[in-house]
Design a protein around this ligand. Sequence first.
Ligand code: SF4
Length: 220
Amino acid sequence: MHQREQQGCSGEARQALDALGKGGIEARWASGRAGALELALSLIMPRDTVGVGGSVTLDAIGLTEALRSGKLHGGTVTFLDQYRRDLSGEESLSLRHKSLESDIFFSGTNAVTTAGELVNMDGYGNRVAALAFGPKRVCIVAGVNKLVADLPAALARIRGKAAPLNCRRLNRQTPCATLGRCDERNCAAPERICNVLSVIRRQPGGNRITVILVGEELGY
Ligand code: SF4
């Protein structure tokens, strides 16, 4: 039996992993969060600078904590931690810019289609910019709850679930934070998080993006 099947990889997950691979994206399977953390950490090299996009998934697998420990590769790894609470707005913005030139950038994703597309919506665009171009390597960690059939389902997932839950988590003053669902026609809020849409279908040249699909529900 194939190793993925042994570890509970469903037909839908296998389909997505195979499609990602055909698009030049390294696709890995981890049966749980411990395995996902191990895989993610194995991608960090000594003296790397590491950027991250805000992600409940990265927190859940323990990656954010490991990066903040300052212990990776004997302390030679530099974490561009734009989400530290003691940073001023200017300092955080500066780290976002630096993250675009990091050696490796970690992120979650809003959705992964079974056709191998990575679909993300941002408020400012710094996360989707890093996914598309800039950092030398990118690693995306996604729970199986992020799997969807196609692009319309991905957009429905973002507006129906991911964005409202993230707006509540971040205490944004948007219609969805109140209603629990999108009300885009009435969403001109300065704090709106649905402004920049990115769909990655292939990685030209390959060898840059790794997706770790995890056999449990993680993030929104
Ligand atoms: S468009 Fe506005 S209301 Fe709709 S999900 Fe995005 S932030 Fe929420």
